[in-house]
Ligand binder design. Structure first.
Ligand code: HEM
Length: 519
C-alpha cells in the first residue's frame, strides 16, 4: 500500500488520522492502559454495537436489486380500469425494486436449505413513494387472524428450555389449529424446500385492494412466477446441501447475478369484485385459502428482473425494512384480519430493531419521490426532510409562514360503508379441509409420497395425543393422507374414528359426512 496516498489514510469517525492501529496507549510498554485512548474506545465500542437485533422472524435473508417493467394491462383492459397506481399504467414503464428473500424460522446464520416458508419481499421505489409487497413463496398461511401470530411462531421457533425446534411443540399447536392443514400440506410437500431463491414462486398471500381514478375498488391477490422454473429439494438432498453450506440460496443468487444471469419473475394479479361473495364456501379475506385460478384467472401485469447485488450486507440487508402498511395511491388494504395485524407489526418491530429514523436510511428512503415531513429528531436523525425553499423555522402544519402543506391530490375512494357491533369473532366460512384436499388430489404420486414421508417422519417424534389429532385432521382432508401418515406412526383410522371435533370447531356438511365415515 502507498502510505503516502492521503485518500487511503485510516481515520476514526471524527476524521482524525490514525497513526497506530496496533497498540493501545499504555503507561509503559506493559500497561496499565489509559482511559483517554479515544481511538481505541471508539473502535471497540463501535464493534460492541455491530449487531442489531435480528428480525424476530425471517432473520436470514439476502437482498438484491433490479426493476419491474409493467405491461400496462390487467387482463384485456388497461390497468387504469382497476388501479390508478402509476407504476402499472404504461406498457414498458420501469420502476426500480429491492427484493429480500429469506427463510422464516431459523436465526441469522441458519440453514437456507431448511423446510420452511421463504420470504419474498419486494420494495418498489415508485414516483409516488415506496410500495412494499411482503410475500412468501407459498400461497397460503398457517392462521387467519393476526392475534395468533406470536403463538404459531413460538410453536415453530426453538423450545424456550432446550432451544431446539421440537416437532411435538409444532404439532401440538397445529393439531389445535385446523386452518393450518392447507399450509402444512404445502410445506411438507416437495415445495417446502425450494432449491434456491431463484427457483421459487412468490405470493402476496393476503388480500389487498386496487382503487381506480373513480375511486372504485376491487379485491386483489398478487403472484410472482419465476421464468427460471420451480425447483425444490427432497429432505435427503437438502441434508447434503446444508451439510456443506448453510448459505446455499444466497450464494446461488449472488453468483448468478455476478455472472450476468439475471433472474426474472412474471407478475400476475387475480381480481375479485369488492364484496363478501356469499356464493363462495370460503371467505375472500381468509389467507388460508387460494382463489382458484379457473374462477379468478391470473392477469399478467409485468416482469421483474434482478440485476444488481448489494454492496454491503449490513446496510442493505439487515437494515432494509419492509411492511404491509407501505402502499401507494391506487393500492389499498382489505379487511383481511392478518393483513391489518401485519401492518401494525412491521413498522413497530422496525422502530425497535433498526431505530426511530429507519426510514432515513438509503435503502429505505423513497428514492423516486420527494420526502417532505415535519418529523424532527429522534435517535440517529441525520437531517430534516425540508422542501426546497421551505421555512426551516416551521416544523408544524398548518402554517401561513411558508411551511409544508397537504397535497391537493386527494383522489376519490369509495370503500364500502361498514356497520357492526364490536366483537371477537372467527370468519364464518372456514372450510378448513377442502382446499387442502384439493391440493393433495392435484399432487403427483411422488409428491404425495414425499409429503407423507416428511410428515410421518416429524410426527413420529411427537406424543401420542398430538399424533392422533393430526391423523384425524389428515383423514378429514383425505382418506389416503390420514391412512398413510397413520401407517407410518402406528395409528389406524379406527384408532381416531371416535374423536370429537375440536372445541368450537365448525364443520361443513361435507366434513360432517367424512367424520361419520371415519366411524
Ligand atoms: C417479516 C410479523 C405474517 C412475510 C416479519 C417481521 C415481523 C412480521 C415482525 C420482521 C420484520 C422486520 O424485522 O423487519 C408478521 C405478523 C404476521 C405475519 C404479525 C401475521 C399477522 C406474514 C405473512 C407473510 C409474511 C402471512 C407472507 C405473506 C414476511 C416476510 C418478512 C416478514 C417476507 C421478511 C421481510 C424482510 O425480508 O425484511 N413479519 N408477519 N409475514 N414477514 Fe411477516
Amino acid at each position: 500500500m502507498d502510505r503516502d496516498d492521503p485518500n487511503r489514510t485510516l481515520t476514526n469517525r471524527q476524521g482524525h488520522p490514525i497513526t497506530n492501529n496496533q497498540s493501545q496507549r499504555t503507561v509503559g510498554p506493559r500497561g496499565p492502559a489509559t482511559l483517554e485512548n479515544y481511538h481505541f474506545l471508539e473502535k471497540i465500542t463501535h464493534f460492541d454495537r455491530e449487531r442489531i437485533p435480528e428480525r424476530v422472524v425471517h432473520a436470514r435473508g439476502f437482498v438484491c436489486y433490479g426493476d419491474f417493467e409493467a405491461t400496462g394491462m390487467i387482463g384485456d383492459k388497461p390497468a387504469s380500469a382497476y388501479t390508478r397506481a402509476k407504476l402499472f399504467q404504461e406498457k414498458g414503464k420501469k420502476t426500480p425494486v429491492a427484493i429480500r428473500f429469506s427463510t422464516v424460522i431459523g436465526g441469522r446464520d441458519s440453514s437456507e436449505a431448511a423446510r420452511d416458508p421463504r420470504g419474498f419481499a419486494v420494495k418498489f421505489y415508485t414516483e409516488d413513494g415506496n410500495w412494499d409487497l411482503v410475500g412468501n413463496n407459498l400461497a397460503v398461511f398457517f392462521i387467519r387472524d393476526a392475534i395468533k401470530f406470536p403463538d404459531v411462531i413460538h410453536s415453530l421457533k426453538p423450545d424456550p428450555v432446550t432451544f431446539r425446534q421440537e416437532p411435538n411443540r409444532i404439532f401440538d399447536f397445529m393439531s389445535q389449529t385446523p386452518e393450518s392443514m392447507h399450509m402444512l400440506t404445502h410445506l411438507f410437500s416437495p415445495r417446502g424446500i425450494p432449491a434456491s431463491y431463484r427457483h421459487m414462486e412468490g405470493f402476496g398471500v393476503n388480500t389487498y385492494k386496487m382503487v381506480n381514478a373513480e375511486g372504485n375498488t376491487v379485491l386483489v391477490k398478487y403472484h410472482w412466477h419465476p421464468r427460471q422454473g420451480i425447483a425444490c429439494l427432497t429432505a435427503e438432498e437438502a441434508e447434503k446441501v446444508q451439510g456443506k453450506d448453510f448459505g446455499s440460496a444466497s450464494k446461488d443468487l449472488y453468483t448468478a447475478i455476478e455472472r450476468g444471469e439475471y433472474p426474472q419473475w412474471d407478475f400476475y394479479v387475480q381480481i375479485m369484485e369488492d364484496h363478501e361473495h356469499p356464493e363462495l364456501d370460503w371467505d375472500p379475506l381468509d389467507d388460508t385459502k387460494i382463489w382458484p385460478e379457473k374462477d379468478f384467472p391470473l392477469h399478467h401485469v409485468g416482469v421483474m428482473t434482478l440485476n444488481r447485488n448489494v454492496e454491503n450486507f449490513f446496510d442493505e440487508n439487515e437494515q432494509i425494512a419492509m411492511g404491509t402498511g407501505v402502499l401507494v395511491d391506487g393500492l389499498d388494504f382489505s379487511d383481511d384480519k392478518m393483513l391489518v395485524g401485519r401492518t401494525f407489526s412491521y413498522s413497530d418491530t422496525q422502530r425497535y430493531r433498526v431505530g426511530t429514523n429507519y426510514l432515513q436510511l438509503p435503502v429505505n428512503r423513497a428514492k423516486n419521490a420527494k420526502v417532505a415531513t415535519n418529523y424532527d429528531g429522534g435517535q440517529m436523525s441525520f437531517g430534516r426532510d425540508l422542501a426546497p425553499g421551505a421555512n426551516p423555522h416551521v416544523n408544524f402544519e398548518p402554517s401561513i409562514h411558508n411551511g409544508l402543506a397537504e397535497s391537493d391530490r386527494d383522489a376519490p375512494n369509495n370503500p364500502p360503508e361498514i356497520h357492526g357491533r364490536l366483537t371477537r369473532s372467527v370468519l364464518e366460512r372456514r372450510n378448513d379441509y377442502a382446499q387442502a384436499r384439493g391440493r393433495f388430489c392435484t399432487m403427483m404420486q411422488w409428491e404425495r409420497d414425499d409429503l407423507i414421508l416428511n410428515m410421518g417422519t416429524l410426527l413420529g417424534d411427537c406424543e401420542r395425543d398430538v399424533q392422533e389429532r393430526m391423523v384425524w385432521h389428515f383423514l378429514m382432508v383425505h382418506d389416503d393422507y390420514g391412512t398413510r401418515v397413520g401407517e407410518m406412526i402406528g395409528i389406524a383410522p379406527e384408532d381416531v374414528a371416535k374423536m370429537e371435533p375440536l372445541p368450537g370447531q365448525v364443520l361443513t356438511e361435507d366434513d360432517t359426512r367424512r367424520m361419520a365415515n371415519l366411524g
